[in-house]
Design a protein around this ligand. Structure first.
Ligand SMILES: NC(=O)c1ccc[n+]([C@@H]2O[C@H](COP(=O)([O-])OP(=O)(O)OC[C@H]3O[C@@H](n4cnc5c(N)ncnc54)[C@H](O)[C@@H]3O)[C@@H](O)[C@H]2O)c1
Length: 254
């Protein structure tokens, strides 16, 4: 098994469709002990049902809008696991107005909140967890091609993903001295709660599935498969990269 004996954190799971859940489930099946995050106590129930009766899963909560919670989580993880081998950041949020109005009308408060939750949080998480990460640990996050191209209704999230991808490169430099890798997966559109925050998602999924070179749908499972590669020792020579999981859609011009 690819992750036998490893321990790590996957943040955050909302429900069974969350990309984070597909990754947590796959990591557990590959032999890892997985700390699974929920955003708060209210959202914890759904995640607890998913891990109920399963071995090598532990629940945690963290809300990225509360800075103090990063260090609190690090304390709880240190107490439970000591050191960890991987960290998965799978969180994105922008206020509804910022995803439905024209980009040109984005308000400062919405911009700041989206950036704080969706981009700044990756570096903040690494800062809090750095002492707990084993040498050669693997950190991954989730981006979207709207970071470099204009995607309808993606708006401020495109800027967040651009900042997130840049963070990956700077974190890869900082943490690489200890052999710690930092990479991002970039899935095509997937039907999740966050995905449905982008209006027109269903049409976008249909169009990507029809036009992508592989001519077959991909979903959370394919994303989790690539995550297993990046979290495992198989990818030890890979850092600072963006790995697209979209049946090849990103290579097309039209
Ligand atoms: N669904 C897609 O089409 C798609 C495509 C590419 C990338 N992504 C990215 O994948 C990641 C996971 O999203 P998903 O599609 O699985 O949707 P999801 O809604 O299942 O997951 C989003 C998670 O973010 C958490 N979250 C939101 N605000 C938070 C906060 N303040 N503090 C902590 N957690 C918070 C939610 O609780 C939820 O667990 C996101 O970064 C998203 O941008 C999604």
């Amino acid at each position: 098994m690819l992750l036998e004996g490893k321990k790590g954190l996957v943040l955050n799971v909302l429900n069974k469709n969350s990309i984070a859940w597909a990754i947590a489930d796959a990591a557990n099946k590959q032999g890892a002990t997985v700390g699974v995050g929920a955003q708060n106590e209210r959202l914890l129930d759904g995640m607890l049902k998913l891990i109920e009766g399963r071995e090598r899963f532990d629940p945690f909560t963290i809300d990225f809008s509360d800075d103090a919670q990063f260090d609190l989580l690090a304390e709880q993880v240190a107490e439970k696991y000591g050191k960890i081998d991987f960290l998965v950041h799978s969180v994105g949020f922008a206020p509804k107005d910022a995803m439905t109005n024209r980009f040109v009308d984005t308000k400062l408060a919405d911009f700041q909140l989206a950036m704080q939750i969706s981009a700044f949080s990756l570096g903040r998480l690494c800062q809090a967890m750095e002492p707990l990460l084993n040498d050669d640990a693997s950190v991954i996050t989730l981006s979207f091609a709207g970071s470099t191209r204009a995607a309808k209704n993606y708006n401020v999230m495109g800027l967040c993903k651009a900042a997130l991808e840049s963070s990956v490169r700077y974190l890869a430099m900082d943490l690489g001295v200890r052999g710690i890798r930092v990479n991002t997966l970039s899935p095509g559109p997937v039907n999740t709660v966050a995905g449905r925050g982008v209006s027109g998602l269903t049409d976008m999924i249909k169009s990507v599935h029809e036009r992508a070179p592989l001519k077959r749908p991909y979903d959370q499972e394919e994303v989790a498969g690539s995550a297993m590669y990046l979290l495992s020792d198989l990818s030890q020579g890979v850092t600072g990269q963006i790995l697209f999981v979209d049946s090849g859609f990103n290579i097309l011009i039209i």
